[in-house]
Design a protein around this ligand. Sequence first.
Ligand SMILES: [Zn+2]
Length: 164
Amino acid sequence: MRGGSVMFLDFNDLNEFDEVEQTNFDSKEPVPAIVNNEKVRKFLLAGDCHCHIENMRSGNSFEYKIQRNKNKSNMFFVNVMSGLGEIYCGYFYINSTLIDYRKGDKGSCEESDPRIQTLLWTLRNSKKLPSFVIVQHFGRCAHCGSPLTDVESLHRGLCPICEY
Ligand SMILES: [Zn+2]
């Protein structure tokens, strides 16, 4: 149906389609929740972030794990979730707005890969993220991993303790 052919769906069909889409992520977490755009940068760089980023303008939509290097606080490892499972892409260094991404020896995604481009674009624009970019968490704090329960935590992707 994405190839441009015309299909007629009633609401029941749409619901079924949505369920198929979600199982592709193979996630055991509850339904993802949207992070407020002003909170996205802090969320993505919280240290142990599991997220989904959708750029509705480019049409790109991917699921990531972004983990801080415990020995270098400005270095982050990037994994993406795909139909083949979790893939280690590479890492980046971040200094304010400057982001230096590298595939490294063990990574499998060049900087030109749409999955990396989507993430880097989101980070580079995260201080004033446009509304066509949707960042979602999977119900857990992006720093400590504890379940997010209250409304404010769900809007920032960080638990009250990690909202430093
Ligand atoms: Zn936390």
